[in-house]
Design a protein around this ligand. Structure first.
Ligand code: AMP
Ligand code: ZN
Length: 561
């Protein structure tokens, strides 16, 4: 399979594409020649021998003669006809049987063979390499992370022990070196001592070994993704600066978003005294009102910085209607947030959550619900051998009879977390059909299925790849940006010096980049200024807290940095 992928990767390269164009040109020439001969054949047969043939028969004759098959069912009976037939045979031999295979072999097969045979993966980086990120273990998460690094022009190198994979990745244009991650002599050659960061997404024992080896070589920060949360301490002990229990984090994300307990706000992150939090409107007295009627700002002084509705971010306006599916994004101090919680904490609905998929992530979600004291039902087609704590219904979740029989129509929230996106999409659609009001939170294993899950009726989609990549990027940036949902994030930037003295409106930050300034951290002022009005004058040293999509963040970097 890998060899086929390697071959395909070769064919999309620039040189191969150019050769394909030449081949196409040559084929057009052959087709023209066949059609030309066919017309000539018809003409000669009619005028030399008085026999009439259709165009199809003429093409058939030309092809059988050119390929030297010559069935003999249609033949000339005159000397000029024999001469013409010989000419067609000779040109068939030359252009079809000699040139065509020659072109195919010399332009495609030989260079590919030569390249793959001659390919020697790089096994070391130049001695003066510095500031690069070393990435061990390429999967959907680290690939999404690499795209972020590319967007920020941070150099990176992918390390693999597999020669075929190295060839394939290099064919994609990635900087790859081949070697064993746990070999100290090889790690030296990755210039790990001068690297900016080491990121690994291998299995936990391999990560432990890598951390020990890399730590012995220097003090560069190492971030690893832990498969099992129970291994986090071991990984730290081995030398990891950060060990990220991703399945636990994803489980918590899913659990908080599926419950009305989440009406108690979910703090996404904090910058100093500024807290960014998310409050689901679901099950609160705010549902059905407009933002203006909710009067959150007047009552608590908190700022509503955005509204999320089934993954779509909108800028809040007083006339925006808050539905059961809306998530409020808030920025303010902890006290202000507490005041909001007092307003929204009257629960109208009792929680009953269904978790479909009791793997690592489903299990982590159940553990979180245990902590929140929210009742739930787990369904999986297999027992989870790593979990002895949670009772589950065993069966295929795509069996709608099983779902109905388990009472899914009475569920207030649904966490869909199988490892198969097709199943997740199917379950989202089926559950939305059975229970129009259930709050559906679904996991997307690949980034490409997020839209389909929303289209199927999910209220919130969490993609492993995006969350993982965002966490890795945050670690790298020392938390300069936080992840809100697919496609929206909050990030901090120091005011570009040339904008000092301008107002927010004059600066063009919002107009040029599409980002919204949600808060200002002013030098010497402990309290952040949330949702600053457009006429606020920006002073040197101010830190801007902005909200925007990755594309808008990139535009900001290009315009101002
Ligand atoms: P993990 O990736 O570790 O969170 O595991 C995903 C879980 O989804 C595994 O325990 C699978 O058994 C479970 N799963 C996958 N497909 C289905 C299905 N159709 N019905 C129920 N559980 C499923
Ligand atoms: Zn469990």
């Amino acid at each position: 399979m890998k060899t086929v992928a390697t071959g395909l990767a070769y064919f999309v390269r620039r040189q191969a594409v150019q050769n394909l164009r030449l081949l196409l040109l040559y084929c057009t020439f052959l087709v023209t020649m066949v059609v030309g001969y066919a017309f000539l054949f018809r003409y000669l047969m009619l005028h030399l021998e008085g026999r009439e043939f259709s165009l199809i028969a003429s093409i058939y004759w030309t092809i059988t003669v050119m390929t030297t098959l010559g069935f003999g069912d249609i033949t000339f009976h005159s000397d000029p006809g024999f001469v013409f037939a010989s000419l067609v045979t000779i040109s068939g031999v030359v252009f079809l049987l000699i040139f065509l295979p020659f072109i195919l072999i010399s332009m495609f097969v030989a260079p590919w063979l030569q390249q793959s045979l001659q390919y020697r993966a790089k096994t070391e980086l130049p001695a003066d390499t510095r500031g690069h990120v070393l990435v061990f273990g390429l999967d959907v998460i680290t690939r999404a992370f690499l795209r972020k690094l590319e967007g920020r022009n941070i150099p990176f190198v992918v390390i693999t022990a597999d020669h075929d994979e190295a060839f394939r990745l290099e064919s994609e244009g990635l900087n790859v070196i081949c070697g064993t991650a746990t070999d100290a002599a090889f790690l030296e050659k990755t210039r790990v001592k001068a690297s900016r960061h080491v990121v690994a997404n291998l299995n936990d024992p391999a990560c432990v070994n890598l951390c020990l080896t890399a730590r012995a070589l220097g003090d560069r920060p190492i971030t690893v993704i832990a498969d099992d949360p129970a291994h986090v301490d071991l990984l730290r002990l081995a030398g990891a600066t950060y060990a990220i229990p991703l399945s636990q984090i994803l489980g918590r994300y899913l659990a908080t978003r599926a419950t009305t307990c989440g009406a108690m706000s979910h703090v996404l992150d904090s910058f100093g005294s500024l807290v960014i939090a998310e409050v689901p409107v679901y099950g609160t007295p705010l549902a059905g009102r407009t933002l203006g009627q909710a009067r959150l700002r007047e009552r608590t002084a908190i700022s509503v910085i955005g509204l999320l509705e089934r993954g779509a971010f909108t800028v809040p306006r007083p006339e925006s209607v808050l539905s059961q599916h809306t998530l409020l994004l808030l920025a303010g101090t902890r006290e202000q947030l507490f005041a909001v919680e007092q307003i929204v904490s009257v629960r109208e609905v009792e929680d009953m959550i269904f978790i479909l998929g009791h793997g690592r992530i489903g299990c982590a979600a159940a553990t979180n619900l245990d902590q929140m004291k929210v009742p739930y039902k787990l369904i999986d087609r297999r027992e989870n051998p790593a979990c002895g704590r949670h009772a589950q219904v065993t069966g295929d979740a795509t069996n709608l009879g099983l779902l109905r029989g388990s009472g899914i129509d009475r569920a207030s929230g649904l966490i869909i977390t199988t490892n198969d996106d097709n199943v997740n999409i199917f379950l989202t659609l089926a559950s939305r059909h059975v229970n129009a009001h259930v709050r559906i939170v679904s996991r997307s294993n690949g980034e490409e299925n997020v839209d389909e899950l929303y289209a199927a009726g999910a209220d919130f989609v969490v993609s492993n790849a995006s969350v993982g990549a965002n966490i890795l990027a945050n670690v790298l940036d020392k938390k300069e940006s936080i992840f809100l949902t697919e496609g929206v994030g909050v990030f901090r930037r120091t005011l570009p010096p040339r904008l000092s003295g301008w107002t927010i409106a004059e600066s063009g930050i919002e107009g040029l980049t599409g980002c919204t300034v949600v808060a200002l951290e002013r030098p010497g002022v402990p309290e952040p200024l949330t949702t600053p009005p457009p006429d606020t004058v920006l002073k040197a040293g101010t830190v801007l807290v902005l909200i925007g999509s990755p594309e808008q963040e990139k535009r900001f970097n290009q315009a101002f940095q």
